[in-house]
Design a protein around this ligand. Structure first.
Ligand SMILES: Cc1cc2nc3c(=O)[nH]c(=O)nc-3n(C[C@H](O)[C@H](O)[C@H](O)COP(=O)(O)O)c2cc1C
Length: 199
């Protein structure tokens, strides 16, 4: 797929078919991740975890279920997103990974030298995989909410299920699989405000 087309087609998929991606597709995603730019080339500070066990993924949702257990709590955290996404508050226990058959977690070594660079590194790695998934005709979605909820509610933090090397923390993830339905319609128009400082 041409790069321009990848950019045009990239979307956040929030409904996945249960069909698993192939090992070859997974390999390509992991290779794309490793080609991402990383601050100071500290590649050894990044760890990836491929989770294909739905039981583990659901346990990683528990903090979010607790955190979003009332409409008020959900709105306080997610604002207008609460009305737009399929995640619901109340008694429902939504799968924050949208049933994706594979979720790739990006963890970073805890560090204090360049504050914040771990978030930029993780986003760089996830973006690279997100685009690679699009190029292969797969659906994918950045995952933040479940992990943020575990950071906010340590009593529901099940990071240990990721079996990370010591001193690493999971920052974000990419849920990936085949979209449950084909994407229809034109891509939405988005605009940033931009200013130019010319001579
Ligand atoms: C850092 C980051 C975190 C995100 N976290 C989530 C998430 O936890 N759950 C989710 O459904 N979408 C998440 N998204 C996807 C955004 O909501 C999505 O990119 C945005 O609404 C634009 O839609 P599009 O990706 O379909 O163009 C995240 C995106 C980014 C960049």
């Amino acid at each position: 797929m041409e790069f321009e087309e990848v950019l045009l087609r990239r979307r956040s998929t929030r409904r996945f078919s249960p069909a698993q991606i192939t090992e070859a597709q997974l390999k390509k995603l992991l290779e794309a991740a490793e080609r991402a730019p990383v601050g100071s080339a500290m590649y050894q500070d990044i760890h990836l975890t491929v989770v294909r066990d739905q039981t583990v993924l659901l346990r990683l949702c528990e903090a979010a279920w607790e955190r979003f257990s009332s409409a008020e709590k959900l709105r306080a955290v997610a604002g207008k997103v609460a009305e737009k996404t399929p995640v619901r508050s109340g008694k429902e226990k939504p799968n924050l990974f949208y049933g994706a058959p594979t979720v790739i977690f990006v963890s970073h070594r805890r560090q204090t030298l360049q504050p914040g660079i771990e978030w930029a590194n993780a986003a760089s790695v996830v973006s690279q995989m997100h685009l690679a998934a699009t190029a292969m005709g797969l659906g994918s979605c950045y995952m933040w909410g479940a992990l943020e909820s575990m950071r906010m509610l340590p009593q529901f933090d099940h990071t240990e299920l990721l079996e990370l090397p010591s001193d690493f923390a999971p920052l974000m993830a990419l849920a990936v699989g085949y979209p449950a339905e084909a994407e229809t319609g034109a891509p939405p128009q988005r605009t940033f405000s931009i200013n130019y400082i010319d001579p």
